[in-house]
Design a protein around this ligand. Structure first.
Ligand code: ADP
Ligand code: MG
Length: 276
């Protein structure tokens, strides 16, 4: 715990994360502070290491070096079920058993809370009901997951990690490929987790404007390195869009928040040489 704040402390120091067969680690010695009870957005171009970093933070890809602390405890030293009671990860791609119902998938989120025989308690049932309600999918409860649209399915996956009832939640591009309505559904849920449940959320967002709008903090990755971090106002700038995303963009502060108008792709070789 940090001072008088009940939200989970979450910090990664000198993280090194790679894959077998790669010569160099993808993330090579980065330190990430995730302020408790806030929304931290991770942005960066394709292949910049966002999913790798999230996987490392959740110990899904065990880091080669460095430490990840949740509430002062080292993630790598926790047994997987115990870790899953503190920290939930919704990956970028998820596979489900054929024919599973919405309710049964959400119930799977309770697994880390259950004993060896997996019998569910009234507390489990309450957590499942609460998650289904918060995700707004009550009307889909009996449906087969396979029969749903992509947007509906994403809300079900989110309900599953909500049922897990963790202090820290990591979401990898939960809004990518969703229609506008479902994007707003997802981001509204994320906001309410922060505001009503004091959750600490790290969310990878493909949409930089969405990051500027919803996040309290933005971490921008480029080539596996933290290029910038801070408030959206400080991080989401025309310079950042040029340096990190390789685009010339107009950045406008409007009554609807910060808006980005991408104008032209920059020649990446030119901008890299200019930066040398
Ligand atoms: P992002 O999520 O930002 O698009 P990723 O973390 O998926 O980026 O990928 C970062 C780098 O790691 C890329 O160069 C990618 O090719 C590499 N990478 C990702 N997954 C694997 C894997 N399973 N094996 C080897 N390399 C991988
Ligand atoms: Mg990714």
């Amino acid at each position: 715990m940090t001072g008088n704040d009940d939200s989970a402390e979450f910090r990664a120091t000198d993280l090194v994360i790679g894959y077998p067969g790669l010569d160099d680690p993808v993330i090579d010695g980065e330190t990430i502070e995730v302020p408790p009870g806030e929304i931290t957005a991770l942005i960066g171009p394709n292949g910049s290491g966002k999913s790798t970093l999230l996987g490392g933070l959740a110990n899904q890809i065990p880091p080669d070096d460095g430490t990840v602390l949740v509430d002062g405890r080292e993630v790598a030293s926790m047994e997987s079920k115990e870790l899953a009671r503190h920290l939930g990860l919704l990956a970028q791609q998820n596979t489900s058993p054929d024919g599973i119902s919405v309710e049964n998938l959400v119930e799977r989120g309770r697994y880390p809370h259950q004993g060896f025989f997996g019998s569910s308690t009234p507390e489990d049932e309450q957590a499942v009901d609460d998650a289904i309600e918060l995700a707004g999918i009550e009307h889909l409860r009996e449906r087969a997951l396979d029969s749903l649209s992509g947007g509906q399915r994403q809300l079900v996956w989110i309900a599953m990690v909500l049922a897990q009832d963790t202090d820290v939640l990591l979401l990898d591009e939960p809004t990518t490929f969703l229609d506008l309505h479902h994007q707003l559904d997802v981001m509204t849920i994320v906001e309410s987790l922060r505001d009503d449940s004091e959750m600490t959320v790290v969310v990878v967002l493909h949409d930089v404007e969405q990051a500027a709008r919803y996040a309290d903090n933005v971490v921008a990755l480029r080539d596996g390195r933290v290029h910038a971090h801070g408030s959206p106002a400080d991080v989401v700038t025309a310079d950042l869009l040029a340096d990190v995303f390789g685009v010339d963009a107009a950045v406008l502060d409007t009554e609807y928040g910060r808006k980005i108008v991408p104008l032209d792709p920059l020649d990446s070789r030119e901008s890299e040489e200019a930066g040398e």
